[in-house]
Design a protein around this ligand. Sequence first.
Ligand code: GTP
Ligand code: MG
Length: 228
Amino acid sequence: MKLRAAFILPTYNEAENLRELVPRLAGLERQAEIVVVDDGSPDGTEQVANELAKQNPVRLLERRTKRGLASAVVDGVKAAQAPVVVVMDADLSHDEQIAPQLIAAIEAGSEVAVGSRFASGGSTEDVLVRRWFSWCAKQVARVVLGVRVQDPMSGFFAIRRDDFLRVAQQLKPRGFKILLELLVRLKPTRVTEIGFRFRSRTKGESKLTLTIALQYFRMIFDLWRARR
Ligand SMILES: Nc1nc2c(ncn2[C@@H]2O[C@H](COP(=O)(O)OP(=O)(O)OP(=O)(O)O)[C@@H](O)[C@H]2O)c(=O)[nH]1
Ligand SMILES: [Mg+2]
């Protein structure tokens, strides 16, 4: 079977969520592989992934220690075989129903397709403090880096695997979402944003901490310095 796309799912303690998400993804797109990148989750995520792999096109990449979201995404994309990759959280907050549209947008010539909380049709269940953080992050990205995308902080996006790998060397995965870094490095002219309703996580723990928020502003500063 010719693969059309790969879903890249970084996981840390997402056993319950993964059990639900994988069959949904497999039902949505038959010509897709699902690459789960787990960092030795103590909650048994790896066992669940292995179980799911019996019935679904799942490949599990096991890393021994927790090395951060962005580096998990990079390793997942490297391991994928399909020409298009869809990066998404495994916590069910990203609406998988729009994934086919993201894939189609890339196949139609977009360089990046973003699942967007702020584009038309998008919305969020986020609590106020996270909305505020996303809003600030977006304004800073716009003013400091000239990134015009509505939701540059989204963890839900599709891109050609080749394009991703071309700039992967330059990415400095700092444990945070890497879409913004990709946008700055690739300077894509054709970006498609597809709105979706961001669901709040119901199971498992959030990894968004103040440290990560601070890392974000550090990242903006580094990107700003690097582009001059
Ligand atoms: N492999 C790996 N995956 C991670 C790591 N940190 C987070 N993840 C996964 O990356 C995705 C995004 O992390 P989340 O904890 O959902 O971060 P968030 O979306 O900013 O915050 P919440 O949704 O509120 O929890 C989830 O699927 C996590 O399980 C990590 O260090 N390694
Ligand atoms: Mg999440």
